[in-house]
Structures are given as structure tokens and as C-alpha cells.
Design a protein around this ligand. Structure first.
Ligand code: HEC
Length: 248
């Protein structure tokens, strides 16, 4: 019976491990982002980058400014002064002014709403995407995660310009192609490569958070639920021991 109690206790502790799912999208080149939605400072920086560099084109139509302020420990004044550049009100959703038809004419594609992008692509993909812009031989922007993306590299002044260095690769049928081996930063940006990694991580973390704001609470509550279950198992075991003492 002791064995059963131990197994029970273990399964309660191992439960959270088994529920950790790997969201990382497939395909080569997805790097580990290290994005952490419990790092509030990182989310705050991500929100600032997002408002300054992304919100012009990509709405977050499921996210309200006031909800974000509450989750990210920001005051109304901080949000209204630093993150709202339209005539939006504090209680409104993070929409954009651009008309879809205009966007279509400018980019040949409407920039998608990114409310749920953290869930569909995952933080690692987003991190890799933001770091994956490069300028090809013809001087055009391209991206390793989304080849021929119609989104311009909006952070190029921050990151600088990277150009690919190719290597030859022979496939199974004996054909050789050029594949990107690595990038070279040919024009430095405002940030160093290490700083830009952090910027990409912050934005990825922010989009991971906006994809599921409840994750912040869900994870916090989860810990207490597991602790309660462990405690309860212990109590139940003591009770069982008490009852069986008379039987033996
Ligand atoms: C000038 C407008 C513009 C700005 C600013 C912009 N984007 Fe985009 N973005 C686009 C367009 C257009 C696409 C569609 C690309 C495609 O599918 O070819 C896109 C696509 C994306 C996608 C891919 C969605 C998918 O999975 O298909 C992500 C992620 C994204 N943008 C994130 C960002 C982030 C983060 C920022 C801020 C750093 C940003 N964008 C700023 C125009 C913009």
C-alpha cells in the first residue's frame, strides 16, 4: 500500500511535466527563443516595441489596452502616453487605422491581425521570424521563416542589415543547391546582435502573452492546484492508514 501512495504522490508531481506541450512549428531554422511570459519587464518592453513598430499594420483586435495594462503592471497614464498613438481610448481594443484595401494596394497582402499568432506559430517561430529577415543578392528583403514575405523588415534600423553566406548542399538525387549557411551583419544597426536577440525575444513573449492572456493566471493557479492535490493525497493516505490500522 505504501507503494501505491508513493506512486500517487509521484504522478501528482509528474503531471505538470507531462502537460508541457511543445508548440514549436516544424521546419528548419526555428530557434529556441527563451521567451518567458512571466517576465513582466520583458512583456512591457515587447509591448513598447509592438506599439511603435507593429501596431501601424497589425491589429490585436482581441486585446484591450486596459486589460494589457492590468496584466503588465502599467498605469493608465503610462499606456496612454507611451503605447497609444491613435485616438483610441483606454478601454478599447488595439485596432489599426489602416484600411484593408489600402494595405492590399501597398503590400499586395493584408497584414494579418496578430491576436492569436502566439498560439498558431509559437514564440520560437516568432523569434526566428523577427531575426530571419535578410537582404538577398538582388537587394530585396526576404525571410527565412516565411520565404518571399510581403512584410518589409520594419526593424532593419534596429537590427542592421544581414546578408546570407551560402554553401553548396547535395541532395539525395545528387543535385547540388545553394542553401543559406549563416548571415553576416553587413550594415550594423542601432542595437548589437545580442541586444537585438533580446528585442526579438521580448516581442515574441508579448505576442505569446496576447495569444492567451489567461496563461498568466492559468499557470499561477495550476501550481496551487498541484500543491493542493499533493497535500490532499497525503491527508487521504493518513486517513487510509488510520482506518486500516483497526482492520489489521
Ligand atoms: C508596414 C506594415 C507592417 C508592419 C509595420 C509590420 N508588419 Fe508584419 N506583416 C505585414 C504583412 C503585409 C504581412 C503578410 C506577409 C505575407 O504573408 O507575405 C505580415 C506578416 C507578419 C507575420 C506572419 C503572419 C503569418 O504567420 O503568416 C508576423 C508574425 C508579423 N507580420 C509580425 C510583425 C511584427 C512583430 C511587427 C513589428 C515588429 C510587424 N509584423 C510589423 C506588414 C507589416
Amino acid at each position: 500500500m505504501k507503494k501505491l501512495a508513493i506512486t500517487l504522490l509521484f504522478s501528482v508531481f509528474l503531471l505538470p511535466l507531462s502537460s508541457v506541450t511543445v508548440i514549436a512549428a516544424g521546419g528548419a531554422g526555428v530557434e529556441h527563443s527563451g521567451a518567458n511570459i512571466n517576465d513582466t519587464a520583458s512583456l512591457q518592453r515587447g509591448a513598447k516595441w509592438y506599439a511603435n513598430y507593429c501596431l501601424g499594420c497589425h491589429s490585436l483586435s482581441y486585446m484591450r489596452y486596459n486589460r494589457m495594462a492590468e496584466d503588465l503592471d502599467l498605469t493608465e497614464d503610462m499606456v496612454m502616453e507611451n503605447l497609444v498613438f491613435s485616438d483610441a481610448k483606454f478601454a478599447e481594443t488595439m485596432d489599426i487605422a489602416m484600411q484593408p484595401e489600402q494595405a492590399m494596394a501597398w503590400f499586395g497582402k493584408t497584414p494579418p491581425d496578430l491576436s492569436l499568432i502566439g498560439r498558431s506559430r509559437g514564440a520560437d517561430w516568432l523569434y526566428s521570424y523577427l531575426r530571419g529577415f535578410y537582404r538577398d543578392e538582388n537587394g530585396a528583403w526576404n525571410n527565412t521563416m516565411l520565404p518571399n514575405a510581403s512584410m518589409p523588415h520594419v526593424l532593419w534600423q534596429v537590427q542592421g542589415i544581414q546578408t546570407p553566406v551560402y554553401r553548396q548542399e547535395t541532395d539525395a538525387s545528387g543535385f547540388t543547391h545553394e542553401v543559406i549557411d549563416h548571415f553576416e551583419l553587413t550594415t550594423p544597426g542601432i542595437q548589437s546582435p545580442a541586444e537585438f536577440e533580446e528585442t526579438a525575444r521580448d516581442i515574441a513573449a508579448f505576442l505569446d502573452y496576447t495569444g492567451e492572456p489567461a496563461k498568466l493566471k492559468r499557470k499561477g493557479v495550476g501550481v496551487w492546484v498541484i500543491l493542493f492535490l499533493a497535500f490532499f493525497t497525503f491527508i487521504a493516505y493518513l486517513l487510509k492508514a488510520e482506518y486500516w490500522r483497526d482492520v489489521h
